[in-house]
Design a protein around this ligand. Structure first.
Ligand code: UDX
Length: 437
């Protein structure tokens, strides 16, 4: 099938390339000329494992092309995927500006009957609005059917998640269009759930909200473990082995961040308020997450009886490992709090430093190596569990830090190793370790 994808961010580019890989002819459209220039030369603007290979192979096979030109990109396409961003507005709701400009372009370039597939995460009821909007602005009478196919891919494993997802949700009011989309996705060999537009939209929000709830839940249990003298690693394992609960998303830490969970939670909470069905569980999930981001600042402050004048080596800035993405990263409010209270910050991240510089206080000193960040600092805080940090020898922490003290927000190290190395070690939901004097 001839498919156009509007938006070459994570979702659009990965989906476009994966659809090309299973045999479809795909044109990716974006208004960002820089991105399209790069892609036309065979360079991906984002790093995702397996993406470069897909780009190379499908360019060679002439199954993928890139353009900024809607005229050329939308001509003779039977299916158009909407994969533009829906960022969060100040009031928590989703900004649909880019989405509706893309719909306007579709309406103005309509030249054949078309199925519009919404991949972007949109508030409940938006797909119906898209259907009406395109119809209202269409330059002719070609049929338009809107189908919702929400996205469940994670940054860092986006290609893998697209080929090996747990399910593909296809929501629509026009049965024929839903069946056509199901055929397009058939080669992925992933179970397909067919439903209506609103249920598809709700599945996406409910899934992300549930995963975020699992994280806030385990973080609260972790905080309780600290009071109770229990160990959250064992507790998580024991709880997660119950198949009804499942062992994923039960890793305690400094809270969830990223471009999806915080935004989607705010959007569904805003929707609940609007329809007078407040989502009290999710409001708590959000509050617990915000508190969790501060938890290490409190621990450091308690240990040093205040933060004024102490130097802290912060390791890991991105919201999770293997990405330079800093959107809603727990490092942002944490570092802000530390600086507000008078601490000096040395920071290291394997990939996110350049982005961090645009977001964090200019009082932060950045280092290219862990050694550099640690040298002479009073303690270290670990915020992101990058492999580089997990594999860093404990002996070097001891050598470089002025005092051998680590606050670990991701439980990267075993308590036994910390004890053996004579470290003072505070983690999440586990007993603190003190050097034997
Ligand atoms: C998420 C969803 O997983 C994906 O289905 C959706 O399409 C987009 O949002 P992503 O934001 O890429 O994907 O990251 P994910 O790996 O899910 O992690 C989200 C956040 O939760 C990270 O900050 C991570 O550190 C945190 N997390 C995750 C935990 O704190 N504990 C866990 O057990 C799992």
């Amino acid at each position: 099938m001839n498919i156009a994808v509007i938006g070459t961010g994570y979702v659009g580019l990965v989906t476009g390339l994966c659809l090309a890989q299973v045999g479809h002819y795909v044109t990716c459209i974006d208004i960002d000329t820089n991105k399209i220039d790069q892609l036309q030369k065979g360079h991906s603007p984002i790093y995702e494992e397996g993406l470069d290979k897909l780009l190379r192979e499908n360019r060679q096979q002439k199954r993928i092309e890139f353009t900024t030109d809607y005229d050329m990109g939308l001509a003779d396409k039977q299916m158009i995927l909407l994969a533009v961003g829906t960022p969060q507005k100040n009031d928590g709701s989703a900004d649909l500006g880019a989405l509706f400009s893309a719909c306007r372009a579709i309406a103005e370039h309509l030249s054949t009957d078309v199925i519009v597939v919404t991949k972007s995460t949109v508030p409940i009821g938006t797909n119906e609005r898209i259907q009406d909007y395109i119809k209202q602005h269409a330059v002719n009478n070609n049929a338009v059917s809107v189908v919702s196919v929400p996205e469940f891919l994670r940054q860092g494993s986006a290609v893998q998640d697209t080929f090996h997802g747990d399910r593909i949700v296809i929501g629509g009011e026009n049965t024929e269009a839903v069946e056509t989309v199901a055929e397009v996705y058939q080669p992925f060999n992933i179970p397909i759930i067919k439903t209506d537009l609103r249920s598809a939209e709700m599945i996406k929000y409910a899934s992300n909200a549930f995963l975020a709830a699992k994280i806030s839940f385990i973080n609260e249990v972790a905080n309780l473990c600290e009071r109770a003298g229990a160990n959250i690693d064992d507790v998580s394992r024991g709880v997660g082995m119950d198949k009804r609960i499942g062992n994923h998303f039960l890793k305690a830490g400094t809270g969830y961040g990223g471009s999806c969970f915080p935004k989607d939670l705010s959007a569904i909470i805003a929707y609940g308020r609007k329809v007078e069905q407040p989502l009290s569980i999710l409001e708590c999930v959000q509050r617990v997450n915000e508190k969790q981001m501060d938890i290490l600042a409190g621990k450091v402050s308690k240990r040093f009886r205040g933060l004024k004048g102490i130097t802290i080596a912060v390791l890991g800035l991105s919201f999770k490992p293997n990405t330079d993405d800093m959107r809603n990263a727990p490092s942002i409010p944490l570092i802000q709090k530390l600086i507000e209270n008078g601490a000096n910050i040395n920071a290291f991240d394997p990939a996110a430093t350049e982005t961090a510089k645009t977001l964090l206080s200019d009082k932060v000193f950045y280092y290219e190596t862990i050694d550099g960040a640690l040298k002479g600092a009073d303690c270290s805080i670990i915020i992101t569990d990058w492999k580089e940090i997990i594999d860093y020898p404990i002996k070097l922490f001891k050598k470089h830090l002025a005092r051998p003290i680590i606050f670990d927000g991701r439980n990267c190290f075993s308590l036994k190793i910390m004890k053996e190395n004579g470290m003072e070690y505070y983690s999440i939901g586990r007993p603190a370790i003190f050097p034997i004097s």
